[in-house]
Design a protein around this ligand. Structure first.
Ligand SMILES: Cc1ncc(COP(=O)(O)O)c(C=O)c1O
Length: 235
């Protein structure tokens, strides 16, 4: 009898998808061409955010998001234990300490009660969090209004990991509109909802965060002479 198994992923690629890839292969740009801002604008418009920044993976998006949120050594980041390691590693990449907030049994997502308890303890001990990364699961959003309210009270930044939730809704609005967060990230890895082979995209309503993520994805290179850290010597 033939062995049956549950595949890790099974992607669906249409003839239109193949034609779109071929069009890029025939164009002068294989990378950083006009398709990149087109995807950024399309996703941002679809989820109701002002800005989109595309990167090579969500692992990179999480890392860049933490950098622009100012996470660094001496800071603390909390995420969910039911996740992929990238939502924790982004804190380590910035030199911060990483901690986990228990999941709510009914949803598998970050428990608001456990987060509130952790914050109360952190406040007593003077170890408040800099960034919290709630992870949405299977298209369904974490309790973002409650997490956002805690963010206002305790002064941390919320970075939504929506790798599994493009197209999802929360309180009738699209996941990724950043109503209760600074930045949301989406993954286009083949086991996610839509795929580009590999790829990730961050959305935000903050133009400064968007600009800094866009610069960091290109090694921090800027073209404007007045923004050079060491301006060229005069004649
Ligand atoms: C919750 C979560 N966050 C982040 C990632 C990383 O995504 P990527 O493979 O695009 O780097 C994944 C991928 O599995 C994920 O499941």
């Amino acid at each position: 009898m033939a062995a049956s198994f549950l595949p890790y992923g099974r992607h669906s690629v249409s003839e239109a998808d193949i034609a779109a890839v071929v069009a890029v292969l025939r164009s002068p740009f294989l990378t950083q061409g006009p398709v990149v801002p087109a995807i950024e604008q399309a996703v941002a418009a679809k989820v109701g955010a002002r800005h989109g920044v595309a990167v090579n993976s969500t692992t990179s998006a999480l890392h860049l998001a933490c950098l622009v949120l100012g996470l660094g050594p001496g800071d603390r980041l909390c995420t969910s234990p039911i996740t992929f390691v990238a939502s924790a590693n982004c804190g380590r990449h910035c030199g911060a300490a990483v901690d986990f907030v228990d999941s709510a049994p009914a949803t598998g997502q970050m428990s608001v009660a456990a987060l509130a308890a952790k914050l109360e303890q952190a406040e007593r001990e003077g170890t408040l969090l800099k960034v919290v990364v709630p992870v949405h699961l299977a298209g369904s959003s974490c309790a973002m209004a409650a997490i956002g309210a805690l963010a206002e009270r305790y002064g941390f930044a919320v970075l939504e990991d929506a790798s599994h939730a493009i197209g999802g809704c929360y309180h009738g609005e699209p996941v990724g509109n950043c109503r209760h967060s600074a930045i949301t990230v989406f993954s286009f890895h083949p086991v996610k909802i839509i795929t580009s082979g590999e790829g990730g995209l961050a959305t935000t309503n903050d133009p400064e965060l968007a600009q800094r993520m866009a610069e960091l994805r290109s090694h921090g290179i800027v073209r404007e002479a007045e923004r050079f850290e060491r301006p060229a010597a005069g004649p």
